[in-house]
Design a protein around this ligand. Sequence first.
Ligand SMILES: *[C@@H]1O[C@H](CO)[C@@H](O)[C@H](O)[C@H]1NC(C)=O
Ligand SMILES: *[C@@H]1O[C@H](CO)[C@@H](O)[C@H](O)[C@H]1NC(C)=O
Ligand SMILES: *[C@@H]1O[C@H](CO)[C@@H](O)[C@H](O)[C@H]1NC(C)=O
Ligand SMILES: *[C@@H]1O[C@H](CO)[C@@H](O)[C@H](O)[C@H]1NC(C)=O
Ligand SMILES: *[C@@H]1O[C@H](CO)[C@@H](O)[C@H](O)[C@H]1NC(C)=O
Ligand SMILES: *[C@@H]1O[C@H](CO)[C@@H](O)[C@H](O)[C@H]1NC(C)=O
Length: 426
Amino acid sequence: MELLHSATFPSKQKLLIVVTIAIALFTIIPLFYPFVEDPNFFLKEQPPTQTSNIKLQNSVVTTHESCDIFSGEWVPNPEAPYYTNTTCWAIHEHQNCMKFGRPDTDFIKWKWKPHGCEDDLPVFDPFRFLEIVRGKTMAFVGDSVSRNHMQSLICLLSQVEYPVDASVKADDYFSRWTYETYNFTIATFWTTHLVKSIEPDHAQPEHADLFDLYLNEVDESWTAEIGDFDYVIISSGHWHYRPSVYYENRTIIGCHYCQLPNITDLTMFYGYRKAFRTAFKAILDSENFNGVIYLQTYAPSHFEGGLWNQGGDCLRKQPYKSNKTQDETTMKFHKIQLEEFWRAEEDAKKKGKRIRLLDTTQAMWLRPDGHPSRYGHMPEANVTLYNDCVHWCLPGPIDNLNDFLLAMLKREEDKGGLAQVRKMLS
Ligand SMILES: *[C@@H]1O[C@H](CO)[C@@H](O)[C@H](O)[C@H]1NC(C)=O
Ligand SMILES: *[C@@H]1O[C@H](CO)[C@@H](O)[C@H](O)[C@H]1NC(C)=O
Ligand SMILES: *[C@@H]1O[C@H](CO)[C@@H](O)[C@H](O)[C@H]1NC(C)=O
Ligand SMILES: *[C@@H]1O[C@H](CO)[C@@H](O)[C@H](O)[C@H]1NC(C)=O
Ligand SMILES: *[C@@H]1O[C@H](CO)[C@@H](O)[C@H](O)[C@H]1NC(C)=O
Ligand SMILES: *[C@@H]1O[C@H](CO)[C@@H](O)[C@H](O)[C@H]1NC(C)=O
């Protein structure tokens, strides 16, 4: 994937091969392995009655506005994991690393210690989480990494309850799950680039390998649906590596690695920025949206020793130390996200709307040990992404994103409480 944005391969023919593989990687894999094969999946299985190896913290809110929870270090947590592939049935086949024989388990046993805070970030307390979100709705907007995160949340919550299928359409890319005891609903909205995109059209030779991205038009499959949601968690990343033609106001304004003689290569960073700008604007302009937007920042991949289709792999067994420098693409993606977030935050303040940052790029950058690598399938399987260094094993470091999410929900609750006190006193 890495190579899709850099002109390192010599011939157009080679590009075609690479791009074809990339298309398979991002379209065929999710299609063949939908969230669960059977829509009544959760209804058939009983939630675990015994939570024997699970220790739940009765955690007190210790995350103060003044301390930055996102800058820190991974420290050992011998008590993890809080679920396994036998207690949680929501694990996507390709992320069920223990099933496919991953021999080491240390990668599961870490928690986050923020540098500037007194305490470690509290590990996820599913009871506390469900109390906060009682009667609410939460949307995950993004690609298969977003789905990976959502499934991690379902597994962590499975210590308390399993949701029932509340999908409004028979499409795994747009599923909904309801926790009946808490009247809490999670929904997923599949979007590759956040903005309107048209997949490569093989009937058109000029466009056979290129996405068309309409950078100032929304992807209505999610923007039309999220108006009622209380929390919207937005993420985007890996699809932006794909060669694309960029449109603004229905006119071609440039491209990312299209290799067409008369179109300027603006690089994927141009498209990435515009996609977030358009997405944030769409929600902030929406009259009826009254929830909280969370930007979940880019979760990097960790291919080493080659590109994803050239034998690259992720074989580390331990996190990096916090002084490990990020790769250039991760740094740039992250910088763009922060800049677009701040811009949107200004706009949100003017409009009385709420947008928050789940700034987890650095934490995830430090976890080269958390990907499936070759343990996302049977060893003999003929799969395109043989070494998966993009998604995350479950259980695994993506579970910790929910520690951050809960900390941020608590902050929101505290703010709400404060506002109420102020109102009462005024
Ligand atoms: C769970 O993982 C174990 C190895 O730890 C494996 O033997 C088993 O098949 C897996 N079960 C499921 C349901 O994935
Ligand atoms: C459940 O929550 C929804 C909002 O998410 C609300 O409209 C509905 O009235 C709630 N139902 C009950 C039974 O509280
Ligand atoms: C597209 O249209 C908008 C609004 O009319 C304008 O502000 C913007 O500059 C246009 N973009 C381009 C690339 O022409
Ligand atoms: C680029 O050139 C091709 C062939 O010469 C032409 O069909 C296409 O319309 C041109 N595109 C632009 C944006 O000028
Ligand atoms: C990073 O920190 C570790 C110890 O925490 C140290 O051994 C290593 O040399 C440091 N690396 C750099 C590049 O500073
Ligand atoms: C793997 O699958 C691809 C595409 O389906 C096929 O072309 C190839 O021959 C297969 N390789 C093996 C070793 O089965």
